[in-house]
Design a protein around this ligand. Structure first.
Ligand SMILES: *Cc1c(COP(=O)(O)O)cnc(C)c1O
Length: 374
């Protein structure tokens, strides 16, 4: 006999008014065949700028070849995966599909990526916050207080808990066992969204860190966000995806725009996932990891740097004696970094993306010049 909780479906977490919502029925929804297509009011003649003449047609809502390839690369089934305009779109879809405006909440552990709160605001969902813990030991990583986050989520009616691993801007990687236990503890009450925008850069015991997609088997209240914007160097193409239970993917698809993936972007993304391109991406990972370690070591001995945190992504977070002066000095040297001072707990911090070896050397040189000038 199964217990009531084991019968809980992820569909129970979806807004009741959307559970049977069919969404827009586009000209590409029906699978029909023909030679003469006159069903979508498309142009019968191509634009001269459209050299191959392929763009006069609306694209597939979920480009099949790309979906299959992404599924292969991420080690999941195609029906578990929804492609969107960056993982940003997935965040928005999840919040809108699960949170009843003016009633439900999301839970986060700030400082964290700002889009979770932005999407919650737009949906008029409450935002519950359990602060991320700043480690006292030098060289240690930030960590979410998962007990506090769980209690907050359960007591406050959170439909979604966002976990970011590696965390942006703090750089920590979460253990999969902790994510699994967390998801099991909130099952039937909340969906756990694991944002893995930077997971490819993360290491675990000297090997590539595993994705939370490995937790999906037997768990329908985990959704994983992946993107081509960071490792795959395609931020401008806006291709990201959410990987989750097919039932949830279906719901999200029905809430999404009719043709969310521009055809040129889908084609480019497919080429960017070819074996040779993936091998180059792997080489970039090695370079970023090596440069990240070098920059970390250099910043630790840079005067004026109060603290630098180890980071599992392609960036480092550092505290400064005078963050304003450091920011300005970098800017004067032509180096633009992310000012984090408005974020909670980060009043003296800057986030520095890992650049090329030359770019990172310029960062270190500019910061050392700051001290000499002072
Ligand atoms: C960059 C980033 C994203 C956005 O990715 P897109 O796919 O470009 O929308 C998502 N989450 C985090 C934590 C990020 O830092």
């Amino acid at each position: 006999m199964s217990s009531p909780s084991s019968e809980a479906s992820v569909l129970d977490l979806v807004r009741e008014d959307l559970r049977a919502f069919a969404g827009y029925k586009s000209a590409r929804t029906d699978t029909v065949d023909g030679q003469i297509w006159l069903n979508a009011n498309e142009s019968q003649r191509a634009n001269r700028a459209d050299v191959d003449g392929n763009l006069r047609r609306y694209p597939q809502p979920q480009p099949e070849a790309l979906r299959a390839r992404l599924a292969e690369v991420y080690g999941v089934r195609a029906e578990q995966l929804l492609i969107g305009r960056g993982s940003d779109e997935a965040i928005d879809l999840l919040v809108r599909a699960l949170c009843v405006a003016g009633q439900d909440a999301i839970a986060i552990a700030p400082p964290v990526f700002g889009m979770y709160a932005v999407c919650a605001r737009l949906q008029n969902a409450r935002i519950l916050e359990a602060p991320l813990r700043d480690p006292s030991a030098d060289g240690a990583m930030w960590s979410p207080d998962l007990d506090a986050l769980r209690a907050l989520a359960l007591e406050g009616g959170a439909k979604i808990v966002f976990l970011c691993s590696p965390g942006n801007p703090t750089g920590e990687r979460l253990a999969l066992a902790d994510i699994a236990a967390f998801a099991d503890a909130v099952r039937g009450r909340a969906l756990v969204v694991v944002d893995e925008a930077y997971i490819e850069f993360a290491e675990e015991d000297g090997a590539d860190a595993s994705s939370a997609t490995t937790l999906l088997h037997g768990r329908d209240n985990i959704a994983v966000l992946r993107t081509l914007s960071k490792l795959h160097a395609l931020a401008g193409a806006r291709i990201g995806c959410v990987i989750a239970d097919p039932t949830l993917i279906d719901v999200l698809r029905r809430c999404q725009a009719p043709y969310p993936v521009p055809a040129p972007c889908a084609e480019l993304a497919l080429r960017a996932l070819a074996p040779e391109a993936l091998a180059e991406a792997q080489a970039r990972v090695r370079e970023v990891r090596a440069e990240c370690a070098r920059l970390y070591a250099a910043l630790r001995v840079t005067p004026g740097v109060r603290r630098v945190y180890p980071g599992a992504g392609n960036f480092l977070l550092a505290r400064f004696d005078d963050a304003e002066a450091a920011y300005r000095r970098l800017l004067a040297a032509g180096v633009v970094v992310r000012d984090m001072r408005a974020a909670p707990q980060l009043g003296d911090a800057l986030r520095i993306s890992i650049g090329t070896p030359d770019e990172n050397a310029a960062v270190v040189a500019a910061l050392n010049a700051l001290e000499n000038a002072a």
